[in-house]
Design a protein around this ligand. Structure first.
Ligand SMILES: Nc1ncnc2c1ncn2[C@@H]1O[C@H](COP(=O)(O)OP(=O)(O)OP(=O)(O)O)[C@@H](O)[C@H]1O
Ligand SMILES: [Mg+2]
Length: 458
C-alpha cells in the first residue's frame, strides 16, 4: 500500500498563523495600554503643576502701581508632601528673574495656550515643568508675570514602571487566552476532515456508497471528487463482474455439449486406457462447468449484495426450504440432513442470497463428509443475533488450511478428489457480510466441520 506524501500539517500551520496573529495583537495591546496610561499619568501631573503655577499667578496683585505676590506656599507644599517629590519654582517679570530658582530651565513655547509644559533635567534629576503667564498693568505700563513650577519625576517614573508591568500583564494574558482559543479553533477546524477520513477508513472494502455525512462547504469539492471516484470504481467493478458472468454463461453451454459428446464416446470406446482418458476429460469438463457456475453465482451475489433487498426473512423457514431442495442430492450419497430450530428468528435481507449461501454449505457437507453421515442444520437466536450452524460428521476442515479456505479459489488439501472451484465459502462470506453478519469455520470437538453464520436480528 502506498502511503500519502505529506507536506506539513494543516493544523500546525493554522495554529502557528493564529498564534503569530495573537502575538502581534498582544504586542499592540501592550503598547497601546502603555502609551494611553502614560499620557493619562502625564496629564494628571501637568494638571497639578499648572494649577499650582496658576495659583501663584493669582496671588499677584498690583498695589499702588507695584506688583506684590502673597506667595501661596500651600500650593507648593502640596506638591512635595503628597508624593515626596522635590519642587522648584521661578517667577519672572517681563523676562527678568524675580524670585525662586534662577537657573530653572523653561519649557519651549510649544502651544498657544496659557500654560506651557516641558520635561528637562535640573540639579541632576528629571523634572516636569509647567509655566503660566499673566498680564498686569503697573505704573511702568503693561507687564507680563511668568511663573514656572517644576517637580521631579521619580514617583511618576515609578508609576510609569507600574503601568508598564500592568500593560505587560494585560498583553501576556491576552496572548494566553488567544493562544488557547487558537488551539481550540485549529482543532475544531480540522475535526470534520479527521471525521471524514475516519468514516472512509472504517468502511468495509466493498462499501463504495457515496459519503452522505454533512461536511463544511470548503470540503464539499473533496467529498464530491471522492464520491465521483467511488462511483466510477463501482461502475468499473460491476462491469467486470458482468463480464465474468457473461463469459461464464457463454462457456457453460459449449461445455455441456462437449460433456454429452464425451459420454457418448465413452460408451463406444472399449480400450481401458482410452476409457480412462475420456473419464479424465469428463472430470475436467465437470470441473470447468462447476467453476463457470460458481463464477456466475459469485457475480450474481456481488450484484445483489450491492442492491440488497430489505425483506423480512424467517431464517428457519428458509433453511427448511433449502434443505428440502437438496435432499435428493444428499440421498444419492445416503446422507441425512437433520434440521433443528430453537427459535424462529427473523432477519432482514435477500432470501435468494441466503439460500445460495446455505446451499453452498450443504453442498460442501455432502461433498466432503463420507457417505452415510448426518448433516445437522441448527437455527437459534440470542438477544442480539440469529445464528445458523451447519455441521457434518466428516473429517472436518484441514486444520492447516483453516485460515485461507474463505479466499477466492482456495481449496483444502482434502479436496483433491472432489470437483469444486474454491468459490463456495467466498460466496457464503460475501452474502453474510452483505447482511452485516459474520461467518466462522471450525472443527467440532466430536469431529466434523462446523460453519456458523450469525446475523443481526431485524
Ligand atoms: N464440510 C467440509 N468438510 C471438510 N472440508 C471442507 C468442508 N467445506 C469446505 N471444505 C474445504 O474448504 C475448501 C473451500 O470450500 P469452498 O466451498 O469454498 O470450495 P469448494 O467446495 O472446493 O469449491 P466450490 O466452489 O465448488 O464449492 C474446500 O475445497 C475444502 O477443502
Ligand atoms: Mg464448496
Amino acid at each position: 500500500m502506498s502511503v500519502a506524501v505529506t507536506q506539513g500539517s494543516l493544523r500546525r500551520k493554522l495554529t502557528i498563523m493564529l498564534l503569530s496573529g495573537a502575538g502581534g495583537l498582544a504586542l499592540l495591546v501592550y503598547f497601546v495600554v502603555q502609551s494611553v496610561a502614560r499620557e493619562i499619568a502625564q496629564e494628571s501631573q501637568d494638571n497639578v503643576l499648572a494649577a499650582s503655577a496658576l495659583s501663584i499667578l493669582d496671588s499677584a496683585r498690583v498695589v499702588e502701581g507695584e506688583i506684590t505676590i502673597d506667595f501661596p506656599y500651600a500650593s507648593l507644599s502640596m506638591l512635595d508632601t503628597v508624593s515626596n517629590e522635590r519642587v522648584f519654582y521661578q517667577i519672572q517679570l517681563d523676562g527678568k528673574f524675580l524670585s525662586g530658582y534662577e537657573d530653572l530651565p523653561q519649557p519651549e513655547p510649544l502651544s498657544s495656550g496659557v500654560t506651557r509644559f516641558g520635561s528637562d533635567a535640573y540639579l541632576g534629576e528629571a523634572v516636569r515643568i509647567a509655566t503660566a503667564s499673566r498680564g498686569l498693568s503697573t505704573d511702568a505700563g503693561a507687564s507680563t508675570l511668568e511663573v514656572s513650577v517644576a517637580q521631579t519625576r521619580s514617583s511618576m517614573n515609578q508609576t510609569l514602571a507600574r503601568i508598564s508591568r500592568m500593560a505587560m500583564a494585560i498583553g501576556g494574558g491576552f496572548f494566553l487566552v488567544a493562544a488557547l482559543l487558537s488551539l481550540l479553533i485549529s482543532r475544531s477546524t480540522i475535526r470534520p476532515l479527521a471525521r471524514l477520513a475516519a468514516s472512509v477508513t472504517r468502511r468495509g472494502p466493498k462499501d463504495l456508497r457515496p459519503v452522505a455525512a454533512p461536511v463544511p462547504t470548503e470540503m464539499a469539492p473533496l467529498v464530491d471528487a471522492l464520491n465521483t471516484f467511488m462511483g466510477r470504481l463501482k461502475r468499473s467493478l460491476s462491469r467486470s463482474e458482468e463480464f465474468i458472468a457473461e463469459a461464464a454463461h457463454r462457456v457453460r453451454t459449449p461445455l455441456a455439449i462437449v460433456r454429452t459428446k464425451a459420454e457418448i464416446t465413452l460408451r463406444r470406446v472399449e480400450k481401458p486406457e482410452n476409457r480412462a482418458a475420456i473419464r479424465d476429460m469428463i472430470r475436467a469438463i465437470d470441473e470447468s462447468s462447476r467453476t463457470a457456475g460458481q463464477l456466475l453465482d459469485h457475480a450474481m451475489v456481488t450484484f445483489r449484495a450491492d442492491h440488497l433487498l430489505d425483506e423480512e426473512i424467517d431464517l428457519a423457514a428458509l433453511a427448511s426450504d433449502t434443505i428440502e431442495s437438496l435432499r435428493p442430492v444428499s440421498e444419492l450419497k445416503e446422507m441425512e440432513i437433520h434440521a433443528s430450530f430453537d427459535a424462529s428468528p427473523h432477519i432482514r435481507g435477500d432470501a435468494i442470497l441466503l439460500q445460495n449461501a446455505l446451499r453452498n454449505l450443504l453442498d460442501n457437507a455432502i461433498k466432503y463428509a463420507p457417505a452415510g453421515g448426518t448433516i445437522r442444520v441448527h437455527v437459534s437466536a440470542s438477544d442480539k443475533k440469529s445464528i445458523l450452524t451447519v455441521q457434518d460428521t466428516g473429517p472436518g476442515f484441514p486444520q492447516n488450511d483453516l485460515g485461507q479456505l474463505r479466499d477466492r479459489f482456495a481449496r483444502g488439501t482434502n479436496a483433491s478428489g472432489t470437483i469444486g472451484s474454491g468459490l463456495g465459502l467466498t460466496i457464503v462470506e460475501d452474502v453474510v457480510s452483505a447482511h452485516g453478519g459474520a461467518m466462522t469455520l471450525e472443527n467440532s470437538a466430536g469431529g466434523g466441520a462446523c460453519v456458523t453464520l450469525s446475523f443481526p436480528l431485524s
